[in-house]
Design a protein around this ligand. Structure first.
Ligand SMILES: [Zn+2]
Length: 107
């Protein structure tokens, strides 16, 4: 199951859970009922937004090209591992030094 399918399944289950509150509604007082309704509508709007985003993501799968641009020197390089963002050990050390300088900089 892809991540998108997984999230879609969760949204579907969540929607089903929300509809179950309809059964409990008649036992609630009127002002609680209206509050619950407003909250539920809000949640449904968010779910619709989420589903819309999921559809966009499905249409444009994230490119998993092994070629990346080094954040330090700007040279393209072949990334063997997913989390490589620097072309060489040298650039990685340079990035580390830069981060250190930034965190030591006076405010
Ligand atoms: Zn580099």
């Amino acid at each position: 199951m892809t991540i998108i399918e997984n999230i879609e399944k969760r949204i579907k289950n969540f929607r089903a859970d929300l509809s179950r509150y309809d059964n409990a509604m008649p036992t609630l007082s009127n002002d609680v009922k209206s509050k619950v309704k407003i909250m539920r509508d809000e949640i449904f709007i968010r779910l619709e937004e989420l589903e819309f985003v999921m559809k966009l993501l499905e249409q444009q799968p994230i490119e998993r090209s092994p070629t990346r641009i080094c954040e330090i020197c700007g040279k393209p390089f072949l990334s063997i591992r997913d989390n490589n963002i620097y072309c060489s050990i040298g650039c990685r050390q340079k990035a580390h030094r830069q981060r250190k300088e930034l965190s030591n900089a006076p405010l």
